[in-house]
Design a protein around this ligand. Structure first.
Ligand code: GLA
Length: 381
């Protein structure tokens, strides 16, 4: 552990920490709003992480501090943790303690010090990173012996039931399970996963992430309404989940549904198909072929699922017009970030084009960086 991490921890918690853990944010390459439909996703972990320095406490109390917070410690009693009692950022880590206890794991108190460079509200899964960092730390501090997918499911449980956001499992699985240099191809029904090598640089490409700075928020009801719409459509079609609708039956199924549900179903079915096509191209080493698939995915999210916004639409349009092979919003939507697949030589031209398009439209300047597929949750020291 770096001396600085230990000094910072000790200044807040008054004792030496026992270790440092990190869990990353993510971008999703393709497979959006498919996870709560039992479908397929293909995220990569970012180099940006939530780091947590931690130690056990023997008095069943939880003390949470964030370097990005307001300078106060949130102190909670383990036996007082119930959904609804914590409403700040601290609900994410507190929810993990709660979910572990609810699942019968012998977890005690702890002091935690968080320090994050995952942009928040940018659709890059800062919440999942916070949950997974906490889960990884508690797993080691209390010798729970849980696997990465088990930790991801507990983190999702924390977010669903303790924080109250009905998210799918993609973000937590990405944050817990990704590996360096690969994308995570995940079947969200069976949780079967495959680490698909993704060496963009060697192939002469970059994945540009453009944070529109429009804060997205899944807790405002729109996400829950979309999820409920998909579940209702599946029920009307007599399916367990929309994943079970074969593409060949799509046209007939759409005729049986009201327009607002038909749009959702068309997106989910075509999006699962786009994940499959992406995997075929990656396996065949045809990275350039991903471009049109990404852009088609964006059109589907914009026109059918209707979760894009003017800023993400403009970022996609400007990136593609400036030579990106393809681009799409990534994550839940309603703001957040766009990814663009760009030939290495064109990275600057594409970023400049998006930046000036935002200026001309009167939008706040976006922030761009290049994403390198990185490792999932791990112990650092
Ligand atoms: C958010 C949720 C995920 C997933 C995406 C959309 O990131 O947390 O579970 O549903 O939106 O693909």
């Amino acid at each position: 552990m770096t001396d600085q991490a230990a000094i910072d921890f000790e200044a807040v918690h008054g004792a030496r920490p026992s270790g440092v853990w990190a869990a990353p944010g993510r971008v999703n390459l393709i497979g959006e709003h498919t996870d709560y439909n039992d479908g397929f996703v293909l995220p990569i972990a970012l180099p940006h992480t939530v780091k947590v320095t931690a130690r056990r406490r023997e008095d069943a109390r939880v003390r949470l501090y964030s370097a990005q917070g307001d300078g106060t410690i949130t102190e909670l009693a383990l036996d007082g943790l119930t959904p609804g009692v914590v409403t700040s950022w601290a609900a994410y880590p507190a929810g993990v303690f709660w979910a572990l206890a609810e699942a019968g794991h012998a977890v005690g108190g702890a002091d935690l010090f968080f320090d994050s460079d995952v942009p928040t509200g940018a659709g890059l899964s800062s919440s999942a990173a916070l949950e997974c960092a906490t889960a990884a730390a508690l797993n080691d501090l209390y010798g729970l012996g849980l696997s990465a997918p088990e930790l991801a499911l507990l983190a999702q449980r924390a977010e669903n039931a303790f924080v109250g956001v009905p998210c799918g499992v993609m973000d937590q699985m990405a944050s817990a399970c990704c590996t360096d240099g690969t994308a995570l191809f995940l079947d969200t029904r069976t949780l079967e996963q495959r680490h698909v090598p993704l060496d963009l640089e060697a192939a002469g490409f970059r994945l540009l992430v453009i944070d529109t700075r429009i804060k997205h928020d899944l807790g405002d009801g729109a996400y829950a309404a979309l999820r409920a719409g998909c579940e209702h459509a599946a029920e009307l079609l007599g399916l367990d989940a929309l994943r079970d609708l074969p593409p060949a039956d799509l046209t007939a199924a759409l005729e049986r549904l009201p327009d607002d549900l038909a749009r959702l179903v068309r997106h989910v079915v075509t999006e699962n198909r786009r994940v499959a096509e992406t995997i075929e191209h990656l396996d065949g080493g045809r990275i350039a072929e991903l471009g049109p698939i990404l852009t088609a995915g964006h059109a589907s999210l914009r026109d059918d699922f209707r979760v894009s916004c003017d800023e993400t639409d403009l970022a996609v349009e400007a990136a593609v017009a400036a030579g990106a092979l393809g681009a799409r919003m990534t994550g839940g939507g309603f703001g957040g970030s766009v990814i663009a697949l760009v030939a290495t030589a064109d990275v600057e031209a594409v970023s400049d084009a998006v930046w000036s398009a935002f200026g001309s439209a009167g939008f706040a300047a976006p922030v761009a960086f290049t994403a390198v597929p990185s490792a999932g949750a791990r112990r650092l020291a």
